[in-house]
Design a protein around this ligand. Structure first.
Ligand code: SDX
Length: 429
């Protein structure tokens, strides 16, 4: 229901156009521009800077104040008190589960971790040196060819089964991407282990020796999964929603999300941060300053990766938690003197005191420190974005489910056309 109305005066129209204004539970009000088309106008918002594409109850971000809430709960509280499995339930179903609901959900997720044995054949079609994100896009999409039994997306039960399958199978596929890349046999999931423990087990165990899970590593991994689990209508989630709006099956939609996540401006930034830290190389003051100066130079393509955000004009709250986690993990693993961590911290400090970054409100984002943690856990750089995709699967599928539950029209943006007007085909003799 419209609480208020906006009036838009347009040269050439007899009367102002009335546009309803709606209020959410918090955050900016929105002007409903759907009626503009009746007057012959589109809105123009490349990059969707000021456009609310949907209604949602899942995640709220207050970018000016650095606040992130999932179903109302602050990310800092969730990161401290929850775990990835509980958070997945919360994102998907709206509430923190009681003990019984948690156990039921946990059991369902752990009973769906295995993938169909023929999926191994898909891996074999890829070059071993392919980027694991390329492989993940393919094999995640291929899941739709294996799980036809619960693909009636109009049925809530089928949507839940698909959601659980995706949350459960993504770590398995991700670890398989790694094992295939390094030429080791795939490790089957172990359902007695927690989500993060099982992922580390599938990544690092081999048939020749006992693998002991380091609890520090498992806790850090779970926290990384939690901090990346959802982030409102970001590029990859919007991609999943757009694909889903056509009625496409959820496995195909998630595969589209993985593709969108891969870019260095989005989920690919965690890998790009470590490449950047390696490029910076030495921790001398002049050298770090030199790279900060390059990031400010419009003629230079170099940018501070892991810095800046479309929505946050303040600290990304996830970055604070990530930095604390980074300090704890490296200390506990005896890597407190890590040279790349030192470079990252000094880089952050210099940038935060520099007018260029202050004026543009550019702060470290979730991925400025995540790569340093992942590297300390022994995870290679090319797997960082894959891990982001595993974590974000929960958010993607929760948004997809919300959209289908609420009913949606196909997503179909329009354009400001700047090409030729009609012309005749040339008379070629
Ligand atoms: C994620 O949307 C989400 O929620 C994403 C995410 C999630 O959880 O889903 O949070 C995850 O994608 C994090 C972002 C990871 N990307 C990076 O770390 C890459 C580096 N950052 C950027 O390229 C950039 O800041 C973006 C892509 C994150 C945001 O892009 P915007 O909103 O389009 O901002 P912009 O590029 O228009 O920048 C505004 C100004 C520009 O300067 P002016 O032209 O105004 O002079 O700030 C400058 C930019 O050049 N700028 C930077 C910079 N980021 C922006 N300058 C130097 N280094 C940077 N990193």
């Amino acid at each position: 229901m419209a609480d208020r109305k906006a009036q838009l005066t347009i040269d050439g129209l007899d009367a102002p156009v009335e546009l309803p204004i709606y209020s959410g539970t918090t955050g900016p009000d929105v002007i409903d521009v759907r009626g503009l088309i009746d007057h012959g106008y589109f809105t123009y918002d490349p990059g969707f800077v000021s456009t609310a594409s949907c209604e949602s109850e899942i995640t709220y971000i207050d970018g000016a104040n650095g606040v992130l809430l999932h179903r109302g709960f602050p990310i800092e509280q969730l990161a401290t008190h929850s775990n990835h499995t509980e958070m997945s339930y919360l994102l998907l179903n709206g509430e923190i589960p009681d003990k019984e609901a948690y156990e039921t959900f946990r059991n369902s997720v752990s009973r769906h971790t295995m993938v169909h044995e023929q999926i191994v054949n898909f891996f074999k079609g890829f070059r071993r040196d392919a980027h694991p994100m390329a492989v993940l896009c393919g094999v995640a999409g291929a899941l739709s060819a294996f799980y036809h039994d619960n693909l009636d997306i109009t049925q809530e039960h089928d949507r839940q089964v698909s959601a659980i399958r995706l949350i459960a199978k993504m770590p398995t596929l991700a670890a398989m991407c790694y094992k295939y890349n390094i030429g080791q046999p795939f490790a089957y999931p172990r359902n007695d282990l927690d989500y993060a423990e099982n992922f580390l087990y599938m990544m690092f165990s081999n048939p020749c020796e006992e693998y002991e899970i380091n609890p520090v590593a498992a806790k850090a991994m779970d926290r990384i999964f939690m901090l990346h689990a959802d982030h409102e209508q970001n590029a990859s989630t919007s991609t999943v929603r757009l694909a889903g709006s056509t009625g496409a099956n959820p496995f195909a939609c998630i595969s589209a999300g993985i593709a969108a996540l891969w870019g260095p401006a989005h989920g690919g930034a965690n890998e790009a941060v470590l490449n950047m830290l390696a490029e910076i190389g030495d921790e001398s003051e002049e050298n770090i300053q030199h790279f900060v100066d390059r990031a400010k130079d419009k003629q230079d393509a170099f940018r501070l990766m892991g810095f800046g955000h479309r929505v946050y004009r303040n600290f990304d709250p996830r970055a604070r938690v990530m930095k604390e986690t980074c300090d704890e993990v490296l200390e506990e693993l005896g890597m407190g003197d890590d040279p790349q961590l030192k470079i990252a911290k000094r880089l952050e400090q210099i940038a935060l005191e520099d007018d260029y970054f202050i004026e543009r409100k550019l702060y470290p984002n979730v991925d400025f420190y995540s790569g340093i943690i992942l590297r300390a856990l022994g995870i290679p750089k090319n797997m960082f974005t894959v891990i982001f995709a595993v974590a974000r699967t929960t958010g993607w599928i929760s948004h997809w489910n919300e959209m289908i539950t609420n009913g949606t029209r196909i997503g179909r943006p329009r354009q400001l056309y700047k090409g030729y007007t009609q012309r005749d085909y040339p008379d070629q003799q």
